[in-house]
Unconditional design. Structure first.
Length: 113
C-alpha cells in the first residue's frame, strides 16, 4: 500500500502527515475536527499549553465518539478492546477527586505551565 504525505495545519501549526493512498478525504476531515476542538479549548482562554490542549481535545473527541456509538441501537461500550479495563467504584471516586483538584488549580491560575 502506498503512503502519501499530506501537509495540514492544526491550530496554526503545520504538520506533515502520512496517509494511505485514497485516505486523504478522511484524514482532512479528521484534521478539521481536531483543529476545531483544539481552537475551541484555546479560545476559551484557560489553557495555553499546546500539549494540554491536544490532550483535552482528544478526550473530548473520544467522549463524543463513545456517545455516538452508544446511541446506535444494538451497540454498547462493552465492545471496547480488552486493554481498556472497566473502572471500579473506588477508581471512579479517585478520578472524581483528581478532576476536582485539577478544576480548582485551573480556576486559580488558568495555566499549568
Amino acid at each position: 500500500m502506498t503512503t502519501k504525505q499530506v501537509e495540514v495545519q492544526i491550530m496554526g501549526q503545520s504538520y506533515l502527515l502520512g496517509c494511505p493512498e485514497g485516505g486523504e478525504p478522511q484524514l482532512l476531515a479528521a484534521v478539521v475536527k481536531v483543529d476545531l476542538a483544539m481552537c475551541k479549548i484555546r479560545d476559551a482562554g484557560k489553557i495555553k499549553a499546546r500539549d494540554k490542549i491536544a490532550v483535552l481535545a482528544a478526550l473530548n473527541l473520544a467522549f463524543d465518539a463513545n456517545e455516538a456509538i452508544a446511541a446506535v441501537p444494538g451497540t454498547a461500550l462493552n465492545t471496547l478492546p480488552p486493554s481498556v479495563a472497566p473502572v471500579s467504584d473506588a477508581q471512579s471516586a479517585h478520578l472524581s477527586q483528581l478532576l476536582k483538584r485539577l478544576d480548582q488549580a485551573l480556576s486559580r491560575d488558568g495555566q499549568l505551565i
